[in-house]
Design a protein around this ligand. Structure first.
Ligand SMILES: Cc1cc2nc3c(=O)[nH]c(=O)nc-3n(C[C@H](O)[C@H](O)[C@H](O)COP(=O)(O)O)c2cc1C
Length: 171
């Protein structure tokens, strides 16, 4: 039987959804059955063998839909292997990356009951055209250029590792 994996993600501007889609595609290539769902999730978690949960960081916080997903599904998630990723830094500056990784670690330790098999932080995408109120009114933010430092090779490599963690290729 192929393993059945839920890839659940939160997003505001779409870039995390595209990363989740790439991860889902790799897992499928490795033989898993994958459901790709945007949060909030309303299905039956017990139907899955493993979960990949991804969300962007906004204002130093992981997207609230990902936090809610963890809190609401504590019972079932405490026995499901879970891999978590965050999208965030949109500059290639080591200091920024280090801070975001530390922030993400601090979020994850709030859920010590999770069966966390892997975690990762990926670079994000910034597009002033997709800013929402009140950021859309901030000239400093409107003036920043479009950047997209999502590293698709790193994303796919991580997804391949996950397939091994989840035993996706043992069909
Ligand atoms: C208003 C705003 C605040 C942000 N705050 C953070 C932050 O605190 N830390 C971080 O690493 N990235 C931050 N980002 C970058 C986003 O996480 C990044 O753009 C991500 O790719 C957005 O994901 P989405 O397209 O799925 O919504 C911020 C972006 C915006 C527009």
């Amino acid at each position: 039987m192929p393993v059945s994996i839920l890839v659940a993600y939160a997003t505001r501007a779409g870039s995390t959804g595209e990363v989740a889609e790439a991860i889902a595609q790799v897992l499928r290539e490795q033989g898993a059955e994958v459901d790709l769902r945007q949060l909030p999730f309303s299905g039956r978690l017990a139907a899955y063998d493993a979960v990949v949960l991804g969300a962007p960081i906004y204002n130093f916080r992981w997207h609230k839909d990902a936090l809610r997903f963890l809190r609401r599904n504590r019972f079932i998630l405490s026995s499901l292997p879970l891999a978590a990723f965050a999208l965030g830094p949109f500059h290639d500056e080591e200091k920024e990356w280090g801070e975001v990784r530390d922030q993400f670690d601090r979020v994850l330790v709030e859920f010590p009951w999770m069966k966390l098999v892997s975690k990762n932080v990926f670079g994000g995408k910034y597009d002033p055209a997709s800013l929402r109120f009140p950021y859309s009114l901030m000239p400093g933010m409107k003036k920043l250029p479009v950047t997209d430092i999502r590293d698709w090779d790193a994303i796919r490599a991580w997804a391949e590792e996950l397939a091994e963690h989840f035993g996706a290729e043992t069909q």
